[in-house]
Design a protein around this ligand. Structure first.
Ligand SMILES: Nc1ncnc2c1ncn2[C@@H]1O[C@H](COP(=O)(O)OP(=O)(O)OP(=O)(O)O)[C@@H](O)[C@H]1O
Ligand SMILES: O=P(O)(O)OC[C@H]1O[C@H](OP(=O)(O)OP(=O)(O)O)[C@H](O)[C@@H]1O
Ligand SMILES: [Mg+2]
Length: 297
C-alpha cells in the first residue's frame, strides 16, 4: 500500500480511527482491554469521541450494531463489535482478531416443548433483532418462515402473541428460562467480541493498525498465561522442561548452588497450580508464579 492511501485510510488528522461500543454487553470489557493495552479511554460514559494523541489513535464510541457499518464503509479504520452483529450487518468488513470476551450463542427458542427441531419452524413467525443472520440461516436450510425485526426484549414477543419462536443471543440462558422458553435446533452462531477492519490483514491495514493489533494480542496473552520460575537439579531439567516448554523454549540459567539450574517459562494460567504440584513432585523447589502485565511476542 502506498503512503498516500495509508494516510487516507487513517483519517484526515492521520490518527487511526477506532470504533468502540458505547453501551451494552461489550462496552465496559472493550474499554478495559484497550486500557490494558496502554490506550487512553473515556472516564465519562457520555463522551462520544476521544483522541489519544500519544498513541496516534482516535476513539469513536458508537452503538455496537452500527460499528460494522462505519468500518465497512471505510469511514472508520477499525472497530470492536460482536461477531453476530458483523454477520447480521453484511458490511464489507472482516474479523481480524477474536477478543475472547462477550461470548454468547445465537439460538432459536420457543415455548418449552413446542419445537423439537428446525423443521418445525416451517411457516411459523420468528421474532429477532438479527434479521440478516436469521433470514440467511433459514434460507440455507430451505425453511420458509416469517421473520419480524424487534429492537430488544425479544423473549416477550411469544407471550404477547407476536411470534411463535425467537432467535436471540443466549449467554447464561436465564432470560430464556424466566420467559418460560427453551432453545431448540443447532446453534446458529457462536459469537464473541471481535476486532474488525476493511480488507483484513495486517500488512494492508491502515497506519498504526499493526501496533494496535500487537497490543491487543499482547493483552490476550498476558491474560491467559502466567510466568513460572523454579529451581531444579540439572539431571531433572529435561523432564521439567517437558512440563514447561514455554512458548519458544524456557530460559535456563545457572544457579550458584552446585548441580542446580533456574528455569523460567510462560505457562497457561489454567492448570498452573497442578503444574506446580507436578514440578514439586519432580524435585523442583522455589516455584514461583507471577502475573504478566503486558507482552509482545
Ligand atoms: N448477555 C450477553 N452476554 C454476552 N454477550 C452479549 C450478551 N448480550 C449481548 N451480547 C453481545 O453484545 C453485543 C451487543 O449486544 P448489546 O445487547 O450490547 O446491544 P444491543 O442489544 O444493541 O443494545 P442494548 O441491549 O443495550 O439495547 C452482541 O454482539 C451480543 O452478542
Ligand atoms: O442468556 P442470558 O445471560 O440471560 O443473556 C441473554 C440476554 O442478554 C441480551 O439482552 P439485553 O440485556 O442486551 O437486552 P435486549 O434484549 O433488550 O438487547 C440478549 O438479547 C438476551 O436477552
Ligand atoms: Mg441487547
Amino acid at each position: 500500500m502506498t503512503t498516500s492511501t495509508t494516510l487516507a485510510a487513517a483519517g484526515s488528522n492521520g490518527l487511526l480511527r477506532i470504533a468502540v461500543p458505547n453501551k451494552g454487553a461489550l462496552s465496559q470489557a472493550a474499554s478495559e482491554m484497550l486500557r490494558e493495552a496502554g490506550y487512553r479511554q473515556r472516564d465519562d460514559s457520555k463522551r462520544l469521541t476521544l483522541i489519544d494523541e500519544e498513541n496516534g489513535v482516535e476513539f469513536f464510541y458508537l452503538r455496537p450494531r452500527d460499528i460494522a457499518l462505519y468500518v465497512g464503509e471505510g469511514t472508520l479504520d477499525v472497530g470492536i463489535t460482536g461477531r453476530d452483529l458483523l454477520h447480521d450487518s453484511r458490511a464489507k468488513a472482516d474479523e481480524v482478531i477474536a477478543l475472547g470476551f462477550g461470548r454468547s450463542r445465537f439460538r432459536f427458542a420457543g415455548r418449552a416443548g413446542a419445537f423439537s427441531d428446525l423443521a418445525d419452524l416451517q411457516g411459523k413467525r420468528i421474532a429477532t433483532s438479527y434479521v440478516g443472520i436469521v433470514r440467511s440461516f433459514l434460507e440455507s436450510r430451505g425453511i420458509d418462515a416469517t421473520v419480524t425485526r424487534l429492537d430488544g426484549a425479544v423473549e416477550t414477543s411469544i407471550q404477547l402473541g407476536v411470534a411463535d419462536a425467537i432467535a436471540d443471543v443466549v449467554e447464561t440462558g436465564s432470560t430464556l428460562r424466566q420467559a418460560g422458553l427453551e432453545t431448540f435446533g443447532d446453534t446458529i452462531l457462536e459469537s464473541e467480541a471481535v476486532v474488525i477492519s476493511q480488507g483484513g490483514l495486517a500488512e494492508s491495514g491502515p497506519a498504526g493498525f499493526e501496533t494496535f493489533r500487537r497490543r491487543l494480542e499482547g493483552v490476550m496473552i498476558a491474560r491467559s498465561y502466567v510466568m513460572m520460575d523454579y529451581d531444579i537439579r540439572a539431571e531433572d531439567l529435561v523432564a521439567a522442561t517437558e512440563l514447561t516448554p514455554g512458548l519458544e523454549g524456557p530460559t535456563v540459567s545457572p544457579l550458584h548452588r552446585e548441580g542446580w539450574v533456574a528455569v523460567r517459562a510462560m505457562v497457561p494460567r489454567e492448570g498452573a497450580q497442578k503444574l506446580m504440584d507436578d514440578l514439586y513432585a519432580l524435585g523442583a523447589r522455589a516455584i514461583l508464579l507471577t502475573d504478566i502485565h503486558a507482552c509482545r511476542l
